[in-house]
Design a protein. Structure first.
Length: 220
């Protein structure tokens, strides 16, 4: 059975960037694990950070459950101040070697938000280290990820390497995104991503709604 791992800087980035693809993988019987580097505690002015973190983790759990997975990891690094550190790298190497994913989704390399950029750097280097015989984090047997795809959230891709028709899962994706009520009440991310995925569907010609990705490594 194929295994899929999704790395998200904040709860909801996973749904915005590849929620339809997550739903498709689960529908196909594949195992999906999601890793949140922060809990998104800087994502609102309406409640204090510790309470918001708990709320957003709960929203992420509800959204993931709706899609069909409960395999979630919250690393709880500081939202808005995510850093490229030894501890972060070691953790990611360990998670990859433990889960042994065939495919990884992460923010694409040109995402403009700093936490997204740092997530890309951490996970990219974590995958490189996990595949080699150099670092003793997690299991000592190296693991090489076959397919690596960069998803779009804040910064639409200029060059598309892979497109996925998510038409039959778009309704479910939007329902899952709307579970992130603390975010939707301020910015209508659901409307934004519905428009983006519709645009991608029209322009690729693959379906009514599509998710598009930076192709970092291919075994599709």
């Amino acid at each position: 059975m194929a295994k899929v791992m999704v790395f998200a800087p904040h709860p909801d980035d996973d749904i915005i960037g590849c929620g339809g693809s997550i739903a498709r993988h689960i529908y196909q019987g594949e195992q999906v694990a999601i890793v949140y580097l922060t809990s998104g505690e800087a994502g609102s002015l309406r409640c204090d950070a510790s309470r918001l973190a708990a709320l957003r983790e709960n929203e992420a759990q509800q959204a993931a459950q709706l899609l069909g997975t409960s395999d979630l990891t919250f690393l709880r690094y500081q939202d808005g101040y995510l850093e490229y550190t030894q501890a972060g790298l070691d953790t990611i190497v360990g998670l990859i070697r433990q889960f042994k994913p065939n495919r990884i989704y992460l923010p694409h390399s040109q995402e403009a938000v700093p936490d997204h950029q740092t997530t890309y750097r951490l996970v990219s280097e974590g995958m490189r280290r996990a595949a080699g015989p150099w670092f003793q984090q997690g299991e000592l047997k190296p693991w090489r990820v076959e397919t690596i795809l960069g998803y779009e959230v804040w910064t639409p891709l200029a060059v598309i390497g892979h497109s996925q028709d998510i038409s039959e899962f778009m309704k479910l994706k939007l329902e899952a995104l709307r579970m992130h009520q603390t975010q939707i009440e301020s910015i209508r991310y659901d409307e934004a991503v519905e428009g983006l995925n519709r645009y991608r569907g029209v322009m690729t010609g693959l379906g009514t709604y599509c998710e598009c990705f930076q192709l970092i490594r291919a075994s599709l």
